[in-house]
Design a protein around this ligand. Structure first.
Ligand code: PGA
Length: 277
C-alpha cells in the first residue's frame, strides 16, 4: 500500500509539472476574424463596446482583433492602452510591386499588425489559394516578424469519407514546408473544419480534440515533441459562448478563431471569459 501511495503521489506531481509547463508554454489565444464586416464607424463602435465589456484581466491569454484592411489603422488607434492585439486577414508575399488589389506585409506592419490570418478556407475555396501559396505567405510573414495564423481543415465530404487526417496532414506538410522548427514554434495553427464555418454546426469538443491531438503529433514527427508542445493550435468553426468553454477545456485546444460571434461585443467577451476559466 505505501508503494501505491508513493506512486500515486509521483503521478500527481508529474501531472502538475506537466500542466504548469504546458500552461506556461501555450497561452490561450482568442482571435476575432471580422471577415468582410464593419466599416470605419462600426469598427469604432465595436471596439468601444469591447473596451467596456472586457473589463477584466486577461492574464496570459491573448485577444486579437482581425478587422478588414480598411479598418486596421483606426483599430490600432482605438485599442491603444488596451490588451487587444491587431491582426490582418490576409497578405501578399511580396514587399511591394504591381499586384493590384493586394496588401504587403510591410503595409500590415506599418498599420500596427502583429498577426496575420493565412489560408482561411474562404481564401482557399473562393480565391483558389493553395498550400504552396500559403507556405510562401507564411515564410514571408515570419521573415518580417508577423505571426501567421495558418488555417487548415477538411470539408464535409472529406470528413464523411473518413480522410480528415490525410487531408490535414497534406495541408500541414504543404504550409509548413521548409519552415524551421524555431519559426514553427511561433506559428499559430487554426484547425477549422470547413463544414463548421458559419454553419452554426461546431465540431464536438471530442471531434476537435482528436484532430488537434493528431496535428500536434504530426508536428512532433516533422520537428520534435518539444516544438509540437509549443505550437498554439486554435479551433475555429461556429465557436459561440455556449460551446467555447467545453472546446477550450480540451488539452490540445489552445484558443479559438471566431467568426460570427466576434462581431458583437457581448458574445466575443463571453468567449474570452471562457478561455480564462
Ligand atoms: P464562424 O467562422 O465562427 O462564423 O464559423 C470562423 C472562421 O471562419 O474563422
Amino acid at each position: 500500500m505505501p508503494r501505491r501511495r508513493k506512486f500515486h503521489y509521483l503521478t500527481r506531481s508529474l501531472k502538475k509539472q506537466y500542466t504548469t509547463r504546458k500552461n506556461l508554454m501555450r497561452p490561450k489565444v482568442i482571435a476575432g476574424n471580422w471577415k468582410m464586416n464593419k466599416d470605419l464607424l462600426e469598427t469604432e463602435g465595436l471596439i468601444n463596446d469591447l473596451k467596456r465589456t472586457v473589463n477584466f484581466e486577461l492574464g496570459s491569454a491573448k485577444v486579437l482583433l482581425c478587422p478588414p484592411f480598411t479598418s486596421l489603422s483606426l483599430a490600432k488607434k482605438s485599442i491603444e492602452g488596451t490588451p487587444f492585439l491587431l491582426g490582418a486577414q490576409n497578405m501578399h508575399y511580396m514587399d511591394e510591386g504591381a499586384y493590384t488589389g493586394e496588401i504587403s506585409p510591410k503595409m500590415l506592419l506599418s498599420a500596427g499588425c502583429q498577426y496575420v490570418i493565412l489560408g482561411h478556407s474562404e481564401r482557399r475555396q473562393i480565391f483558389g489559394e493553395t498550400n504552396e501559396l500559403i507556405n510562401k505567405k507564411a515564410k514571408k510573414a515570419l521573415s518580417v516578424g508577423l505571426i501567421p495564423i495558418i488555417c487548415i481543415g477538411e470539408t464535409l465530404e472529406e470528413r464523411e469519407k473518413n480522410i480528415t487526417e490525410q487531408i490535414v496532414s497534406v495541408q500541414i506538410k504543404g504550409v509548413l514546408k521548409d519552415i524551421s522548427s524555431q519559426d514553427v514554434e511561433k506559428c499559430i495553427m487554426a484547425y477549422e473544419p470547413v463544414w463548421a464555418i458559419g454553419t452554426g454546426k461546431n465540431a464536438t469538443p471530442q471531434q476537435a480534440e482528436d484532430v488537434h491531438k493528431f496535428i500536434r503529433k504530426l508536428i512532433g514527427q516533422l520537428y520534435s515533441w518539444n516544438t509540437a508542445e509549443k505550437v498554439v493550435i486554435q479551433y475555429g468553426g461556429s465557436v459561440k459562448p455556449e460551446n467555447a468553454g467545453d472546446l477550450l477545456l480540451q488539452p490540445n485546444i489552445d484558443g479559438a478563431l471566431v467568426g460570427g460571434a466576434c462581431l458583437k461585443a457581448d458574445s466575443f467577451t463571453a468567449i474570452i471569459k471562457a478561455a480564462l476559466r
